[in-house]
Ligand binder design. Structure first.
Ligand code: HEM
Length: 359
């Protein structure tokens, strides 16, 4: 044999792993049957968080380079997709934990103060490395989120907050997308017309609907006109920057154009991988939001209106965080401006040629 023999048990470090469950209820002489499940579910989450961070760090190292190597793109997209699969799997773990009833939970909950998932360093790393900024977060106990971490974790977190997140890197990568400028590239003008027509058709449909009251029609049309305004801003950098400063957009003007172009022309082979990357980022945001939502419901089910062991308002804090803690929201908003393939204006030949593969 080329390498020394390995034993399953020691290779997987099963001794320390299987010896890492220490229910407090046993320690205090009041064994609560469900505490082992509670510990194991949390531990498996942390193991999966470790794997997510491993994938995320590798994707970040690809994207942090000044020029993203094309050969690494397929791998980066596959690793982001792996993160999505893991997130889907761990949402399912909530079903297992919910086999514990609130009464079973109460048997040991008082023994856990003030520990809380809020102190999960790996979860905070995932959020921060993906691009959740300090200002995006809800205030927790009137103090910044990192105050719940240990001193060494706080120091490390301060450093990580200074580094570019995946959102920052993806923005720069999108800004470098070729094909946006070119001779006779009047694509955006034609596209604008097609989108304006789509919105005008919607406005006419609303106005003609006999089932809607005048008041509802007015409100709906105002909403559509507002959306159209933000679409117009996509083509007027000054107006865009104003909306961006107000928090309506996070990505830069250039990056938004590139993302829209990729979405519209994803059938071009050269844009397939960029499209898959954008889709995986959307999936990550969506699955993290789904996890937050399921976790908030679980907290509601277990605690009702009680406060969390970490001292937050419990379900309310978690539900508010579900709505607020989003990272790649711009990709979702871009969908508003997608039109049917048949109406997308054709690309100028020079650009279409540059986008295809030649043999
Ligand atoms: C009985 C089950 C659970 C209940 C009742 C519960 C409850 C809560 C509550 C109330 C909070 C808000 C902070 C606080 O006041 O403590 C919280 C935060 C958190 N919990 Fe849980 N939790 C449960 C299970 C889990 C599991 C299995 C995980 C997996 C790691 C987890 C991870 C987290 C995380 C990451 C946070 C911070 C969320 C944020 O700030 O956005 N929780 N939990």
């Amino acid at each position: 044999m080329k390498y020394p023999p390995v034993h399953y048990h020691s290779y997987l470090g099963l001794d320390p792993l299987l010896d890492a469950q220490h229910p407090k209820s046993v320690e205090y002489g009041k064994p609560a049957h469900d505490e082992l499940l509670f510990i194991i579910v949390h531990q498996t989450y942390e193991l999966w968080f470790k794997q997510i961070l491993f994938e995320l760090n590798s994707v970040l190292s690809t994207f942090q380079k000044p020029v993203v190597a094309e050969v690494e793109m397929g791998m980066a997209s596959a690793r982001l997709e792996r993160i999505v699969s893991i997130l889907k799997l761990i949402i399912g773990q909530i079903d297992v934990l919910e086999t514990m009833t609130p009464l079973d939970f109460l048997d040991f909950r008082d023994m856990l103060y003030p520990a809380s998932g809020f102190q999960s360093y790996q979860w905070r790393l995932i959020e921060t490395k993906l691009g959740l900024r300090m200002g995006d977060r809800l205030a927790y106990n009137q103090s910044p989120f990192y105050k719940s971490l240990s001193e060494s974790q706080q120091a490390e977190m301060m450093e990580i907050l200074k580094q570019p997140s995946l959102h920052d890197c993806v923005e720069k990568w999108l800004e470098r997308t070729p094909f946006l400028q070119g001779e006779n590239f009047n694509f955006w003008e034609s596209y604008k017309e097609a989108v304006n027509k789509m919105f005008q058709d919607d406005i006419n449909t609303v106005n003609r609907n006999p089932q809607l009251s005048d008041e509802i029609k007015k409100k709906t049309v105002e909403g559509l006109e507002q959306t159209l305004k933000s679409f117009d801003a996509l083509f007027d950098e000054k107006a865009f920057e104003k909306l961006r400063a107000e928090g309506q957009f996070r990505l830069s003007h250039k990056a938004m154009h590139a993302a829209l172009l990729i979405q519209l022309h994803r059938d071009q082979p050269i844009l397939q991988t960029p499209f898959r990357i954008i889709r995986a980022l959307l999936d990550i945001d969506e699955t993290m939001t789904t996890w937050r939502y399921r976790h908030a419901l679980m907290a509601m089910r277990m605690l009702g209106q009680k406060i969390g062991t970490g001292g937050s308002s419990g379900h309310k804090y978690l539900a508010d965080a579900t709505g607020k803690h989003k990272i790649f929201g711009d990709f979702f908003n871009l969908t508003t401006f997608l039109i049917p393939r048949s109406q997308v204006p054709p690309l100028p030949k020079s650009i279409a040629d540059r986008m295809s593969f030649h043999y």
